[in-house]
Design a protein around this ligand. Structure first.
Ligand SMILES: Cc1cc2nc3c(=O)[nH]c(=O)nc-3n(C[C@H](O)[C@H](O)[C@H](O)COP(=O)(O)OP(=O)(O)OC[C@H]3O[C@@H](n4cnc5c(N)ncnc54)[C@H](O)[C@@H]3O)c2cc1C
Length: 317
């Protein structure tokens, strides 16, 4: 007979792993985690800089942890180790290189389409986050400068003139990381960094005061051009400046195509769900960053996973 999982989770980030671990802890068996990348937590691996400080209270939001997962402040590396250990200790299946294309309800539950086949499950939780497609600016990025425009720090090296665009925690952390070794500007359309958490506000204030980072506040970009091997940034006030690289840290987008193809209703840039994170399709849930218009936090994703596990287990027939 065809294998039907009790629970399939799409995306092995913090919210997906928490849903799996908490469901297992509450006695559920037959859990599969489907991850498109080569390992769990692709967002943390790709977008966090090495040795990044990881705050439980991200974006200055205090979140009390509800479930059994004891997550504490640490670094990128300690956080990944922590999730490794959680997955090592429990008997659940993590299938990597497994990108889910769509989910369809059928008589036994759900049919999940992946490259080269389908997987069946009675309940499905979608935790694919928003960083699959990082936000891009509205103006055009000319093809000739594409190799100098980035969304992570991977390509940045030493002694370059770099501008970070954004004013949240990620943008500040990128600017502060780059500034010891490069000439760094940060361009933000608002007039202060008040959306960031207190530590990052303090770090950027110090970097600006010490002359390590040049802050371009209340500043918007109109267009980008290529000039003499550099990126020419033309600002809305008519001024312009040349940079070796630009790094955008302006969040991620709702995976609307995925939601639509799976029949999940969307409103105001988020999938519609009830207080138990169940979507318009019974048995199909959403959790983590995908439920937050401007992104959430690790702790928030862990709490969503715990809430969903409790709900599914107490309502199982
Ligand atoms: C630069 C940066 C710094 C941050 N720092 C902090 C911090 O210090 N503290 C904190 O609490 N939060 C921080 N955050 C936010 C935090 O990373 C997110 O809130 C958290 O990762 C969201 O978890 P998630 O499980 O919802 O989604 P994600 O972590 O985005 O995980 C989604 C997973 O789903 C996979 N996936 C996507 N599509 C598919 C598909 N179709 N099929 C299968 N798998 C798929 C992805 O590969 C990924 O592994 C930071 C974010 C960024 C970008």
């Amino acid at each position: 007979m065809e294998n039907i999982y009790e629970l399939a989770i799409i995306g092995a980030g913090p919210a997906g792993i928490a849903t799996a671990i908490e469901s297992y802890a509450l006695g559920m068996r037959g859990i599969v985690l489907l991850e498109k990348d080569e390992n769990h937590n692709a967002t943390i691996r790709k977008f966090y800089k090495d040795n990044k400080r990881v705050d439980v209270d991200w974006k200055g939001q205090k979140v009390e942890l509800d479930g059994s997962i004891y997550f504490v402040d640490g670094t990128k590396e300690s956080t990944l180790d922590f999730f490794d250990q959680l997955l090592d200790n429990e008997a659940m299946t993590l299938r990597t290189h497994c990108e889910v294309q769509k989910i369809q309800k059928d008589k036994d539950g759900f049919e999940i389409s992946v490259a080269g086949g389908t997987i069946k499950a009675r309940h499905v939780v979608v935790t694919i986050g928003r960083m699959g497609k990082p936000n891009k600016p509205e103006y055009k990025i000319p093809p000739s400068i594409k190799s100098q425009v980035h969304f992570t720090l991977d390509a940045c090296s030493f002694g370059e003139k770099i501008m970070v665009i954004g004013g949240g925690d990620s943008a500040i952390e990128y600017a502060v990381e780059l500034c010891g070794k490069n000439e760094v500007s940060i361009c933000y359309r608002r007039n202060s960094f008040e959306r960031a958490n207190p530590t990052n506000q303090n770090d950027i204030a110090k970097a600006i005061e010490n002359g390590c980072v040049n802050a371009l506040l209340n500043t918007e970009i109109m267009e980008l051009e290529s000039e003499g091997g550099c990126v020419k940034v033309v600002f809305k006030d008519g001024s312009s400046a040349l940079f070796d690289r630009l790094v955008y840290a302006i969040g991620g987008t709702t995976p609307s195509g995925f939601l639509r193809s799976s029949g999940i209703r969307e409103a105001d840039g988020k999938p519609v769900h009830d207080e138990n994170y169940e979507t318009n399709i019974e048995g199909l849930f959403v959790a983590g960053d995908i439920t937050q218009e401007s992104g959430g936090s690790i702790a928030l994703g862990l709490n969503h996973g715990f809430a969903i596990a409790n709900y599914i287990i107490s309502n199982r027939v």
